[in-house]
Ligand binder design. Structure first.
Ligand SMILES: [Cu+2]
Length: 467
């Protein structure tokens, strides 16, 4: 009755009074589409706010870290990172957070997109087998990390409890051809990198920030080979990049690409023409680039040992026709001879050692070899196919000792055939004493199934004088 009078007599005032309490209730309701990495939900096409229902579940489960290595991950929705949430500025999010009955731990969620104490952490604290519901309005557009904030917080994050929530600006983001979801994280295991079996979390290494694994999307090789991100030449790719940490900052880079645009730290300002962008722990970046040429483009944390030794490496595969003007591929491989001299000299201030017998010659010669020759001809004289001929079982070496002496004295270039293989490289002249040359050749002749024999310093001296 009162309500009726109000609306009948003072409709405008009533509207204003009713607004704070019920505005959110009047919004159209929709269910959020959530995706697991590397997929991203479709863009928001609405031109008005909505009440978006998000249902997410904490699950603890064993998954593969790398071949033969397993880890007990704690997850949002069964993947690391957790499911991607996509909403629009000013939407009201009704969050239903469930903790699977099989969990050993309580969990919660702190979303960096939330304006409010704890980012939702205390309101969402949930024991195994329970569901918590809380609500928030997303006031600031941007790309935000969410993570578990249950004590010990570092441990929950280290076990994989993080993901991204995108709050699109009211006008939306520009349309692109491909969107992907990539989040870096560091992991701490009792065994070293690659040590087989189910690896428990190592608190001490985590405290020391001594990561065994640094990976994209939860495991080594999550986006390589058949799982590489796909694109076509001519398409624009947008990556939503996050960093769950818990400890390390990422120097995110795509080898062979330049980011046309970076939404710095996932915010509103856009930087252009960027090679490497920093993604802080608990932060993000949106990067965009057009695929101009076909091929495989490697995503890395450019703190580069993490990429090649700890797993922070993924791939984007671009299909399409070659674009030889933008990138030619290798066009030639020719011999490089600097101007002025036909052959370079390597100058070595080697100590000359006089050997008294064959055994000593071999022994001293080995040292000369390791210092002066092994870099090219390899430790066991096996050479490198297509580049450095073998000295092990070399028909070229065994056939003519004087010729071998000259190779070392004067260097060698032009095509030669060793054991049926052609080589056409440049060996620099070596500045070695007569003794050292005699010793190294004697060492070679008596190693790796060569034919034996010896070379004397006098023999070398004669050839040095005589050209
Ligand atoms: Cu947790």
């Amino acid at each position: 009755m009162n309500k009726f009078i109000c609306w009948a007599k003072l409709p405008l005032l009533c509207l204003v009074l009713a607004l704070p309490a019920s505005w959110a209730q009047t919004l159209p309701v929709e269910q959020a589409v959530l995706t697991s990495p590397p997929l991203v939900p479709p863009p928001v096409t609405r031109d008005h706010p909505a009440r978006v229902i998000v249902k997410m579940e904490a699950v603890e489960q064993v998954m593969e870290m790398t071949d033969g290595v397993e880890y007990m991950y704690w997850t949002f929705g069964g993947s690391v990172p957790g499911q991607f949430i996509r909403v629009r500025e000013n939407d009201v999010v009704e969050f239903h957070f469930s903790n699977h009955p099989s969990s050993r731990m309580p969990h919660n969620i702190d979303l960096h997109a939330v304006t409010g104490p704890g980012g939702g952490a205390t309101s969402s604290f949930t024991a195994p087998g329970h569901t918590s519901i809380f609500q928030f309005q997303v006031l600031n557009p941007g790309l935000y990390i969410y993570h578990c904030a249950t004590a010990p917080v570092g441990m929950h994050i280290a076990n994989g409890m993080y993901g991204l929530i995108l709050v699109e600006p009211e006008e939306g983001l520009p349309e692109v051809d491909r969107e992907y979801y990539v989040v870096q994280g560091d992991f701490y295991t009792q065994g070293e990198f690659g040590e087989l079996g189910l690896q428990p979390f190592d608190m001490e290494k985590a405290i020391n920030e001594d990561a065994d694994y640094v990976v994209f999307n939860g495991s080594v090789g999550s986006m390589v080979g058949d799982n590489a991100l796909a694109a076509n030449v001519g398409e624009t790719v947008r990556l939503y990049v996050g960093n769950g940490g818990p400890n390390l900052v990422s120097s995110f880079h795509v080898i062979g690409e330049i980011f046309d645009k970076v939404y710095i730290e996932g915010g509103t300002s856009i930087n252009e023409n960027v090679q490497t962008t920093l993604v802080p722990a608990g932060g993000s970046a949106i990067v965009e680039f057009k695929m101009d040429v076909p091929g495989t483009f490697i995503m890395v944390d450019h703190s580069i040992f993490r990429a090649f030794n700890k797993g922070a490496l993924g791939m984007i595969k671009a299909d399409g026709p070659e674009q030889p003007v933008i990138y030619s591929g290798k066009q030639a491989d020719t011999v490089y001879l600097p101007e002025g001299s036909a052959i370079q000299e390597i100058i070595v201030e080697a100590e000359s050692v006089v050997a008294n017998n064959l055994e000593e010659q071999v022994q001293f010669g080995q040292r000369v070899y390791e210092v002066n020759c092994a870099a090219c001809h390899q430790a066991d004289g096996q050479g490198l196919r297509g580049a450095f001929p073998p000295l092990a079982g070399s028909d070229y070496l065994n056939a003519d000792h004087d010729r071998a002496i000259k190779v070392i004295l004067k260097g060698l270039s032009g095509p030669i055939t060793v054991n049926g293989q052609e080589y056409n490289g440049v060996m620099p002249a070596m500045r070695l004493s007569d003794n050292d040359i005699a010793n190294v050749l004697t060492y070679l002749l008596n190693s790796w199934s060569n034919d034996g024999g010896a070379v004397s310093p006098e023999q070398v001296a004669a050839l040095r004088e005589g050209h």
